[in-house]
Design a protein around this ligand. Structure first.
Ligand code: NI
Length: 227
């Protein structure tokens, strides 16, 4: 399942991050690439331990924790500390799959990458190209979102970033391990949760059907969740 999380960050938060990103010292993006993806990756990244990356990472994690749509869709167990990249002057990232397991630097903690996320800091009219293209069984999906919006997509997919031919594309990207590893099961839970919320709005919370369906939701989650 691919899902857009609109306005994860407010306009003020985007402006605050852009200010930090403009002053940041960027390095070659190959530093976090696996062997195969390093061959096709051509962009800039912020060093993981830079104060700017850590401050913005914290801001993003807090925003994720307050976002009901993200929590319902991702059912997050562990979130990898957000990274930051910049593509400009024809830079691109060829078709690749993300590493299945990532180790959090300095802690040794391992995160299985069930979902990948890209959060945009630049608006589509500020650069040409730079679409995130995600391939699934329905074909290729091209994604280019407003600043502050985030796309969530299965880490199992092949994906690429098209060359940026004008301006600069600045984003945060990260991975997360979900409590529900299987994308199909997680999608069912998301659909069920969305329907229950709609029922609650239409019939009022506490309606017998809604209570029963909420029971079904939690019993499925109990069956499928890994902690
Ligand atoms: Ni990737």
């Amino acid at each position: 399942m691919m899902l857009r999380i609109p306005a994860l960050l407010s306009a003020e938060q985007v402006a605050e991050c852009r200010h930090l990103l403009q002053q940041a010292q960027w390095v070659d993006g190959k530093v976090t690439a696996g062997f195969q993806s390093a061959m096709t990756k051509n962009n800039l990244q912020l060093p993981q331990d830079s104060p700017a990356a850590q401050a913005m990472g914290e801001l993003i994690l807090q925003a994720l924790g307050r976002n009901p749509l993200f929590i319902s869709a991702a059912l997050p167990a562990k979130v990898f500390p957000p990274l930051f990249n910049c593509y400009q002057g024809g830079q691109a990232f060829g078709l690749h799959v993300d590493n299945a397991v990532r180790e959090v630097r300095g802690t040794g903690e391992k995160v299985r990458t069930d979902l990948s996320a890209t959060l945009f800091f630049t608006n589509p009219d500020e650069y040409d190209g730079g679409e995130l293209v995600v391939e699934d069984t329905y074909g290729a999906h091209s994604v280019k979102l407003a600043a502050g919006d985030m796309i969530l997509y299965p880490s199992t997919s092949l994906h690429r970033v098209n060359p940026v031919t004008r301006g600069a594309r600045v984003c945060s990207f990260f991975w997360l391990q979900s409590m529900v590893r299987d994308d199909g099961q997680r999608s069912l839970l998301f659909d069920l949760d969305t329907s229950i919320q709609q029922l609650n709005r239409e019939l009022g919370a506490g309606h017998a059907s809604s209570v029963q369906l909420t029971g079904v939701y939690h019993n499925l989650l109990r069956r499928w969740a890994e902690l």
